[in-house]
Ligand binder design. Structure first.
Ligand code: PMV
Length: 359
């Protein structure tokens, strides 16, 4: 049986996506920009076979019951699109593992669904370009559309109703702005109060501020493209922080209000403000949770980490650079699924043993 394995990584948006104009196809209200990380990898192996009776998903060693878990089933929508493109009816077995401590509190949907688009399309015999892969990944999670490419990426919102022009393009590869780093600060491992899927539509439907957000975003996108092109960290930082603040203000303006940040998140904002007192060296950004991601340039890493480590509530700090985007793992021994038996390779998931790669 043909097994295909890919590893992909998350991305951290600097101009955020929050709101869909089409919830079925996951078409956003605005374009967004992110950097794909080189760490926090998700590895995914996929096989299609006529002996499989139904689609099966194993996440971090646990079988996910797709009959009972409608959200997981919804996220795997791209499988039908892949089957239709490839002209096959075979069911799929998907085995996915986060190659970092799962307790780290990071969402892995972007990396997981980008890895799935690459592995499943290839396993189905398709040879797709990044545009097609981005559209497939987007069907499971909007932010995943950006993780099919490395470096700095823009997800263009598109205009068409069928979503064929809503995909990610690379603005600059992972070697372009070599000094750029992201310090991810884990402050809480608890589950989200409300999923981003539900929360963003509530914002769109009830927030007055959100209308202003939509009006300001095209200029923010243009300035961010300029900041990356010029490697202008000050401008990059200004837009990044403003856009995170703006998105969280719209969340708070939602009825009922959505608050993802906690007291430690606010303390991190104060730390960054203090670090930037003389000149701008760091930029915070928060997604749908209290963990912070701090962009800074390589010469300032130690100073920024030292300041963050002073906060007793900080649980973990993970340092990333720009990553290359999804990578195929061709070594047969590294597949999570045995190509001969079609069984999942349990040794990758044994608790207590080192799994694959940490970091
Ligand atoms: O990961 P999704 O598709 O549910 O969307 C989350 C969006 C944010 O992470 C909050 C912002 C972004 O652009 O990544």
């Amino acid at each position: 049986m043909k097994v295909v394995t890919f590893e992909a990584t998350p991305n951290i948006a600097v101009v955020k996506y929050w709101g869909k104009r089409n919830t079925q196809l996951i078409l956003p209200t605005n374009s967004s920009i992110s950097m794909t990380l080189d760490s926090l990898k998700t590895r995914t192996s996929v096989a299609f076979d006529e002996t499989f009776e139904k689609d099966e998903l194993y996440l971090n060693g646990e079988n996910v019951d797709l009959e009972k878990n409608s959200e997981a089933k919804e996220r795997l929508k791209q499988l039908d699109a892949i089957r239709a493109k490839a002209g096959i009816n075979k069911k799929a077995k998907i085995v996915s593992i986060n190659c970092f401590p799962t307790a780290a509190g990071f969402a892995s949907s972007a990396s997981g669904l980008a890895a799935l688009a690459c592995a499943a399309s290839k396993a189905a015999g398709l040879k797709l370009d990044s545009q097609e892969l981005s559209i497939l990944a987007r069907l499971g999670s909007g932010s995943a559309s950006r993780s099919v490419l490395g470096g700095f990426v823009e997800w263009m919102k598109g205009e068409k109703e069928d979503g064929s022009d809503s995909y990610a393009v690379q603005l600059a590869d992972e070697n372009y702005w070599k000094e750029m780093r992201v310090i991810s600060v884990v402050v809480s491992q608890g589950a989200k109060s409300i999923s981003s899927r539900t929360g963003m539509q509530q914002t769109l439907e009830t927030s007055e501020l959100f209308k202003k957000r939509l009006a300001y975003l095209p200029a923010a996108i243009d300035s961010m493209v300029e900041a990356i092109k010029e490697k202008n960290f000050e401008l990059f930082a200004e837009i990044t922080m403003k856009d995170s603040d703006n998105m969280h203000a719209c969340m708070a303006d939602t009825k009922p209000p959505i608050i993802y940040m906690n007291e430690t998140s606010k303390k991190i904002i104060d730390v960054v403000k203090e670090l930037n007192a003389a000149s701008t060296i760091a930029a915070y950004t928060f997604d749908a949770g209290p963990n912070a991601h701090i962009y800074c340039l390589e010469p300032h890493i130690n100073k920024v980490i030292e300041a963050l480590e002073k906060l007793p509530q900080v649980e973990q700090i993970i340092l990333s650079k720009a990553g290359s985007g999804p990578v195929e793992i061709s070594d047969e021994k590294e597949h999570l699924l045995d190509p001969v038996t079609g069984e999942i390779r349990k040794h990758f998931f044994d608790k207590g043993k080192n799994k694959i790669i940490v970091g």
